[in-house]
Design a protein around this ligand. Structure first.
Ligand code: GLY
Length: 297
């Protein structure tokens, strides 16, 4: 199951969001159907979304206040509760690959900034130039933000307008192991060093074979305050129903923080659910009973 951001996605961007989600699910599903693990499927799905300019992850990410691109990502293996994450990392083409390398090749969970880039070089994760991540669309958005009076993310998110194209994926493999991952470029014109919910285990990402897997999207500052992914996970264990758990967590989010976002989730029995309190959320899923993925925005 995949999400490609929850926000007021304009009509003229719907088609490319659907295509991006469809391509990513197809890649992840191919991985699973060839006997790959849920961690492999989540990694591959997110790698494809990061390479797609449509989304605020990898290439196409929002530009920060000083013109840099700083990326966040995390991955969690529900079979072992091992996790890896990167925050505010620069010059990394696919932050999800670095998060996975940290999960598998270090004794840490999260690396940030230049230390994370150094780890990438040490472990053969591809680095890239700033220009390889930036797109004309985001350069134009950045120039517009720079030229106008500062409007806080809080104000924009209250109107549900802030672009929030974070990507995420959850999967269950044939062994019954679940995994979750999330990747984001954060918010437009953010302060350098700003870290959102996406790399924080329990906020953007959570997976445990006992209860299932969750990935979130939306306004990170609000999602972090209610530990969104773990809140959904706990409610899913309580209700046994992902849709109900997501709706309850979204009400908590809105009531306590005025926040907006979306969630995809699956239980350890393989029940899937999604929900959002924004006008739209790009999402899709595929199960072993289906011939083709279902994708919607
Ligand atoms: N949900 C992504 C972020 O706020 O950074």
């Amino acid at each position: 199951m995949v999400h490609g951001g929850a926000w007021d996605i304009p009509d003229d961007m719907v088609k490319q969001h659907k295509k991006g989600v469809q391509d990513a699910i197809t890649a992840g599903w191919t991985m699973l159907s060839r006997g790959g693990t849920s961690v492999d499927a989540v990694t591959e799905t997110i790698r494809i979304l990061e390479n797609d300019d449509t989304f605020d992850a990898g290439r196409g990410s929002f530009v920060n206040m000083v013109g840099d691109i700083e990326l966040d990502a995390s991955i969690m293996d529900g079979g072992t509760l091992t996790a890896g994450a990167v925050a505010a990392v620069q010059n990394i083409k696919n932050p999800i690959l670095l998060a996975r390398a940290i999960m598998e090749k270090s004794e840490h969970v999260m690396l940030t900034g230049i230390g994370a880039t150094r780890f990438a070089r040490e472990h053969g994760v591809k680095t890239c130039g700033h220009d390889d991540l930036i797109t004309d669309r985001e350069l134009a958005r950045w120039r517009e933000y720079q030229s106008r009076k500062k409007v806080s993310a809080k104000e924009i998110f209250r109107k549900k307008k802030m672009p929030s194209d974070t990507v995420g994926a959850i999967a269950m493999d044939k062994f019954g192991n679940v995994a979750s991952g999330t990747s984001a470029g954060g918010t437009p014109n953010k302060h350098p060093g700003r870290v959102g919910d996406s790399p924080i285990i329990g906020c953007g990402t959570y997976a445990d074979n006992e209860g299932g897997a969750v990935a979130t999207t939306g306004w990170g500052e609000a999602l972090m305050k209610v530990v969104m992914a773990k809140t959904v996970y706990d409610l899913m264990e309580k209700h046994g129903d992902p849709d109900k758990a997501i709706q309850e967590a979204l009400s908590i989010l809105e009531k306590k923080t005025g926040g907006y976002g979306g969630v995809v989730a699956l239980t350890s029995e393989g029940k899937i659910g999604f929900g959002y309190n924004t006008p739209r959320m790009a999402r899709g899923y595929m199960t072993s009973e289906m011939k083709n993925p279902i994708v919607d925005v």
